[in-house]
Each structure stands twice: as C-alpha cells, then as structure tokens.
Write a protein that binds this ligand. Sequence first.
Ligand code: NI
Length: 185
Amino acid sequence: MIMPIYVYGFPVLKKVAEPISNDYPELGDLIENMYQTMYNAKGVGLAAPQVGLSKRIFVVDTIQVMKEEDKHKGIKKVFINPQILEETGNPWSYEEGCLSIPNIHGDVERPAVVTLTYVDENFNEFTETYEGMNARVIQHEYDHIQGKLFIEKLKPLKKKLIQGKLNKMAAGNVTADYKIKVFKP
Ligand code: NI
C-alpha cells in the first residue's frame, strides 16, 4: 500500500521517534508499505515519521543509485531501533533532497563513515559500518527519527534562499509527483 508522504510543516517530522517493541502489530506490513511508498516516490530512503508515524524505523535502497559495476555495494535494508555509535572519516558534501521537502535540494556535509547498531524485522541485532552513499542515506534517515531535517544542515545563505519556499510549504502550498499529505496549519 502506497502511503501519503507527510511534507514539511507536520510536527511529526520534528519529533524524536519512539522505539519499536518486538510485539509491534503488523510490522511486516509496515515495512512492505514503506518500501512501496519509497519506490513510488523514487526515493532511496524513507523513515516512519515521513508517513506520519513517530517510530524508530527506516528503509534504505541504495542499489538503485549505484553504478552498474558497483551494484553489489548497494544495500536494501530495514533499520529498526538504530543507534549510531560512531561517525568518522572526512566529511564530504553532496546535494541532498528529501521526499518530505519536495523541490528543494542542497549540499550537506556529513562524515564519510558511520557505525551503528540496529535490529532487523526479526529483531536480530547487528552492528555494522557503512561508507559512501550507504552511510549518507543512513545518516539522512537516522536524522529523520531524531526529528531532524537536512535543511537544518545547509549553509546559512542557502537556508535564507529557501526560506520562502519552506514557509509556503508549511502553509500548505506545495505539490509533488507522488502522493503527499499537505500540512494545513
Ligand atoms: Ni528525508
């Protein structure tokens, strides 16, 4: 089931999300719906707050954006109750966007390597280290469950330039080519 993506303005996008318990009802359906919603919107990651659910879960598929010879380096994975343990490596800049903030892009600097613990859909625990595009998408999605958005990490001038668009978005003036839920103040 494709769910509507909540856009900038909704308080749920600014909240620290709650852990998922191991008896969470219909977790498999939620994961499946999150993947469908992400693919429908041509995203590489989607976090639960983006579908209005303040829970610590996100899905990632970077295989889509890897070059043909690098496909095996991509990941398709669900991260539940993740905890970032360490971010290392040289910070690098990359132009990010977000399904919850349509039509806005900007350079964000993030450390190159991330180590985190998480559980999968069967509540098996993992500790893993990622780099490159995998790390970046994980960091972006992790921010979502911490109630943070990539626009907060833009340079001051860029922030100024997009403020008008953001204000309009939060006032309900926004469109996208996928299903969204527009905030009505
Ligand atoms: Ni996002």
